[in-house]
Write a protein that binds this ligand. Structure first.
Ligand code: GLN
Length: 467
C-alpha cells in the first residue's frame, strides 16, 4: 500500500476503507525497518504501543463511522516525538547517556492532546543531546543523515523528527525550537516546520533547555497539516503558567510582507538569498505588498542568544544530579558541559552584570525592532539557514562555526514570536531550499494563511526523499 502523505489523504483513504490502521502501522514499520538503519531518525520504536492504539482506533472507526473523524480530528495520523517529549511508559532519553534508560511515569501535555485527537505514536526521534546543536551530531545515539543526500546533515537539534517526516516514517513529528531547532532542520530537509508564539503551546512534560526561549512546535509536509496540529496542541493546560487561552486573530485586509535588509548580508549563500527573494516575488504576484524593513539589532542576536541560552541551560540541567533519575553528571557529553560552563560563567558574581544582565537589555532592543517592524508589515520573510544542508563532520569540531548557523533563527526565540519554515525548491545538488515567515505574537493564523497561499501559487506537492 502507498502510505498517504497528508492528513486529508489519510482520512479520504480511511473513509473509502482502503486499509485499516493496523495495516498502516505495519507499512510504516516495514519502511522504518528497511531504511532507518542508514538515516537513524529513531532512538526508540514504540511498535507495541502503535499496534494497540491502531486496533482501538480501528474499532472506533467501525463503531462510529464518519463521526469518528469529528471525535478524533487527527485520527490515525502517525506521529514521531522528539525524544525530549515525555511519553508515559516509553523511554525518553533527550538523546543523552544521562537518561539512556529513563522511562517516564507520565506524558507531557502535547503528547496527551495529540493522543486524545487520535494520533498514533510510532517512536521517539533522535536529536542533539538536550537539544543543543544545529546538525544532529551531538546525539549520544549517533548522528542522523539527511534523507535527500546521506553525506549531509539534516540540521538540528530536532534532526530525527525532520528526517522522519522527509523519509515518510511518520505523518508528522514534534520538535522543540529554542533557537531554531524546528525551523532549521525543516529547512534542511524540505518539510514544513512550525515554531509557535512563546506561551501558545504548553511545555509541560517536555525536557527544558532554556526556559525563556523554548517553544514546542512540529514538522509536517504541508501547511494545512501544521495548522491542524497547532489547533490541537495550543491553549491552556493549567501546568505551564506562560500559556493562556489566547486569541489567534484571522488575517484581514491587504497584507504586507517585510524584507529585512539585515538578513541579506555577507556570509549567506547566494542560492539561499536568491531563493528567498524569488519566494517573496510569489507573494507579490498574489497581491501582497512587499516592503523593505530594518531590524538593526539583528547583529547582536547570536551574542544575546549564546549568553541567555547557556545561562538557562546551566540552571535547567542542574536537576539531572544522578540521584532522582538518570545517570551521573559524568555522562553529560562535551556540548552540554560546554554550555553548563559558559552559563555558569555568565551568571557568576562579577560577570553577571557584564554578560547576562547586558544581554537581557539588548534582548529588549531586539524585541523593539520587531515591534516597530510589525507596525509597518503583517509578516516578515527571511532565510532560515545561511546555507543549505552542510556535510556531516564539516562543522562538528568547531562549535563557533556551528553556533553561527543559527544567525537567522534565534531572533524569533529572543522575541518570542512565531515562525513558519516553508520548503520551496531544491538546489543543483538536490538539497532542499526554503524560507521562513515570522509574525507578531499570536499571528499564527496569518502565517498559515500566507503559507497555504504560497503552496497554492506554486502548485506545491508534498515530496518524500527516495531512500
Ligand atoms: N542550534 C541552536 C542551539 O544549539 C538551537 C537549539 C534549539 O533550538 N534547541 O542552541
Amino acid at each position: 500500500m502507498d502510505i498517504p502523505l497528508t492528513i486529508n489523504s489519510l482520512h479520504k483513504d480511511l473513509k473509502e476503507k482502503k486499509y485499516s490502521l493496523v495495516e498502516l502501522i505495519d507499512s510504516y514499520l516495514q519502511r522504518i525497518k528497511s531504511f532507518d538503519k542508514e538515516i537513524n531518525s529513531f532512538i526508540t520504536i514504540s511498535d507495541d504501543y502503535a499496534f494497540k492504539k491502531a486496533k482501538e482506533l480501528d474499532s472506533s472507526l467501525k463503531e462510529l463511522g464518519k463521526d469518528a473523524f469529528q471525535k478524533y480530528p487527527l485520527l490515525g495520523a502517525v506521529v514521531a516525538h522528539k525524544d525530549l517529549f515525555l511519553t508515559k511508559g516509553i523511554r525518553t532519553t533527550a538523546a543523552s547517556n544521562v537518561l539512556k534508560s529513563y522511562i517516564p511515569a507520565y506524558s507531557g501535555t502535547v503528547v496527551k492532546k495529540l493522543e486524545k485527537a487520535g494520533a498514533i505514536v510510532i517512536g521517539k526521534t533522535n536529536c542533539d543531546a538536550w537539544a543543543h546543536g544545529a546538525s544532529g551530531e551531538n546525539s549520544d545515539f549517533g548522528y542522523s543523515r539527511n534523507p535527500w543526500n546521506k553525506e549531509y546533515v539534516p540540521g538540528g537539534s530536532s534532526s530525527g523528527s525532520a528526517c522522519s517526516v522527509a523519509s515518510n516514517f511518520s505523518m508528522f513529528a514534534t520538535g522543540t525550537d529554542t533557537g531554531g531547532s524546528v525551523r532549521q532542520p525543516a529547512n534542511l530537509t524540505g518539510v514544513v516546520g512550525f515554531k509557535p508564539t512563546y506561551g501558545a503551546v504548553s511545555r509541560y512534560g517536555v525536557i527544558a533547555m532554556a526556559s525563556s526561549l523554548d517553544s514546542v512546535g512540529h514538522f509536517t509536509r504541508v501547511v494545512e497539516d501544521s495548522k491542524k496540529i497547532f489547533e490541537i496542541t495550543r491553549g491552556e493546560d493549567g501546568k505551564d503558567s506562560t500559556v493562556k487561552n489566547n486569541n489567534f486573530p484571522k488575517p484581514n485586509g491587504k497584507l504586507r510582507i517585510g524584507i529585512p535588509k539585515e538578513y541579506f548580508i555577507e556570509g549567506i549563500e547566494k542560492e539561499v538569498s536568491e531563493e528567498v527573494k524569488r519566494s517573496a516575488k510569489v507573494f507579490e504576484n498574489e497581491g501582497i505588498e512587499l516592503k523593505e524593513i530594518s531590524l538593526p539589532n539583528t547583529k547582536y542576536a547570536i551574542s544575546v542568544y549564546y549568553i541567555i541560552q547557556p545561562a538557562e541551560v546551566s540552571s535547567n540541567l542542574s536537576r539531572f544530579d544522578g540521584i532522582r533519575y538518570g545517570n551521573s553528571r559524568n555522562s553529560f557529553g562535551d556540548e552540554a558541559k560546554r554550555r553548563i560552563m559558559l552559563g555558569t560563567y555568565v551568571l557568576s558574581a562579577g560577570y553577571y552584570d557584564a554578560y547576562y544582565l547586558k544581554a537581557t537589555k539588548v534582548r529588549i532592543k531586539i524585541i523593539e525592532d520587531f515591534e516597530k517592524a510589525f507596525k509597518e508589515v503583517d509578516a516578515i520573510i527571511a532565510p532560515v539557514s545561511p546555507t543549505p544542508a552542510f556535510k556531516i563532520g564539516e562543522k562538528a569540531s568547531d562549535p563557533l562555526k556551528m553556533y553561527l548557523a543559527d544567525i537567522f533563527t534565534v531572533a524569533a526565540n529572543i522575541a518570542g514570536i512565531p515562525g513558519l519554515a516553508i520548503p520551496s525548491s531544491f538546489n543543483k545538488k538536490e538539497l532542499p531550499l526554503g524560507f521562513q515567515l515570522l509574525g507578531p505574537k499570536f499571528s499564527e493564523e496569518t502565517l498559515f494563511f500566507l503559507g497555504e497561499k504560497f503552496e497554492k501559487a506554486t502548485s506545491y506537492k508534498p515530496k518524500v526523499a527516495k531512500l
